[in-house]
Design a protein around this ligand. Structure first.
Ligand code: P5A
Ligand code: ZN
Length: 484
């Protein structure tokens, strides 16, 4: 079965377009670096190459690690009966145009149509009704990692806007009180920020305007990042569901006084947009750049050979073996290609560190280490190579994060008028005072042709100014941007 892959390689362009041409760079890189094959013959559905899947596996291992501390992983069915799906009025309104329906089993028309989950509230909550009995059952914190289907009508893009989201991590929690659920929403955004910190991706957390919240929620907190083309990408959301779903799905618990009380719920989700952000934010003109934790290969060892260099080869094999023994994912490239061709290949794949050993290094009992992220070179004693490599992993991670933070902060633009916002939005995220009123917010969006993401948490969302629509004095700063 080697044939399809060989064909894929032949059809790839020889050179990667520059990252300044982001959209083309992104599409070509996915194929050249073997993340996703975009040639599957259904719009909005794409194929994970084994290499891309490896990155996915490592990325999702982090989110699992973070959630497993106090959540349980479970698995609910893909198909949702129409009657359950149609119970929550707001929720249906939000999703009815995006649902794929299964109407037939073979040649027989089904009595009850089945929805392919666009998200799993209506698959999970009928079961929560059965599971929740008493206050002693609460809280419940369950997540699953599944595929979901959304018939998206906006322009579809690999990893960013999919019709089959293959890597939908959705958590669903149940609590006794509204306040406890609110705390859980905070905890969810904290977990997501920690997750993105591990990927060296900077984030902005804000409360979505009420017209942009999740269908059926009391409110929505969103995690956004800024892409190279100055559009923001929503890379996670956490919703306070109040007891809206508890009412429709009859999820009640008996409190300490023996009363039946409606439960309060939250849900929060992340998709493979996390990997789109990872690739887009760190990648460069030469290809992928990964933080070591998620890099499929963390170190490549390349012998620099002049004529017959048996000693060099032996030293390289020894280093590769020792790195492997200390738990590092290492490749030894002993192929016949010239070093330049090897560099090109491993740079494309985002390998964080390249270890070169030539006759002169060997004489000095050192290895040359080249960083993928900066291209900088230095040497390290062969005796301590494991420690030296691990030290550099941390340096690479920290400097990728710092660079990404600088890049984002450099594109946060203070504005005081809507004209200014409109002018500046093609270059980043505009900050503008906003009184918080719905009418003013909607006029602002209309006037600049871009969305209000929200009023960010913390310093970013506070300042002094006047609402550009009603002129009221306010200390709220909203952020506006073009969004994916
Ligand atoms: C939370 C989990 C939900 O569906 N139900 C369970 C809630 N929220 S959401 O905002 O609609 O989606 C969660 C995150 O998934 C990403 N996302 C997508 N990724 C790729 N392709 C899509 N078509 C797509 N739709 C949503 C977003 O990051 C979103 O925040
Ligand atoms: Zn106003």
């Amino acid at each position: 079965m080697a044939e399809p892959k060989e064909k894929a390689i032949q059809e790839k362009k020889a050179v990667l377009p520059g990252k300044s041409n982001f959209s083309e760079w992104y599409n070509e890189l996915l194929l050249m670096a073997e993340i996703m094959d975009v040639r599957y013959p259904v719009k909005g559905l794409y194929v994970w190459f084994p290499f891309g899947f490896d990155v996915r596996k490592r990325t999702y291992a982090i989110i699992r690690e973070l959630l497993d501390k106090d959540h349980k992983e479970a698995l609910f069915p893909l198909l949702i009966p129409e009657n359950e799906f149609m119970k929550e009025a707001e929720h249906i309104k939000g999703f009815e145009n995006e649902v794929y329906w299964v109407t037939h089993g073979g040649k027989n028309e089904l009595d009850v149509k089945l929805a392919l989950r666009p998200t799993s509230e209506t698959a999970i909550y009928p079961m929560y009704k059965v599971w929740v009995r008493s206050h002693a059952d609460l809280p419940i914190k369950i997540y699953q990692i599944v595929n979901t289907f959304r018939y998206e009508t906006k322009h579809t893009r690999p990893l960013i806007r999919l019709r089959e989201i293959t890597s939908f991590k959705e958590a669903h929690t149940v609590h006794a009180t509204w306040d406890e659920a609110a705390k859980q929403v905070e905890e969810a955004t904290r977990i997501y920020q920690e997750f993105y910190r591990r990927l060296a991706i900077p984030t902005i957390v804000s409360k979505r305007p009420e017209w942009d919240k999740f269908p059926g929620a009391d409110y929505t907190m969103a995690v956004d990042t800024l892409m190279p083309d100055n559009k923001t990408l929503q890379i996670g959301t956490a919703h306070h569901l109040g007891s809206n779903f508890a009412k429709t799905f009859d999820i009640k618990y008996e409190d300490i006084n023996g009363e039946q009380v409606l439960a309060h719920q939250t849900c929060y989700g992340i998709s493979e947009r996390s990997i789109a952000a990872l690739i887009s934010i760190h990648g460069d003109d030469k290809g992928l750049v990964f933080p070591p934790e998620v890099a499929p290969t963390q170190v490549v060892v390349i012998p620099i050979i002049f004529g017959k260099s048996d000693d060099v080869v032996t030293a390289c094999r020894d280093v590769a073996r020792r790195l492997k023994e200390s738990g590092i994912r290492v490749e030894l490239d002993e192929s016949d290609e010239r070093p330049g061709a090897k560099y090109y290949k491993w740079e494309m794949k985002g390998v964080p560190l390249r270890v070169e050993i030539g006759p002169r290094d060997l004489k000095n009992n050192v290895a040359t280490i080249v960083r993928r992220d900066t291209g900088s070179k230095d040497t390290a004693p062969l005796n301590d190579i494991e420690i030296e490599i691990k030290k550099r992993f941390e340096m690479v991670h920290d400097s990728l994060y710092e660079k990404a933070v600088k890049s984002l902060e450099g594109r946060l633009i203070d504005c005081s008028t809507l004209d200014e916002v409109k002018e500046k939005i093609p270059t980043g995220i505009a900050k503008i005072p906003w009184c918080g009123e719905r009418d003013c917010g909607l006029s602002m969006e209309e006037a600049v042709g871009a969305g209000i993401l929200g009023i960010p948490e913390g310093k970013l969302g506070t300042g002094n100014g006047t609402c550009p629509v009603c002129g009221k004095v306010t200390s709220n700063i909203a952020i506006m941007a073009k969004t994916y």
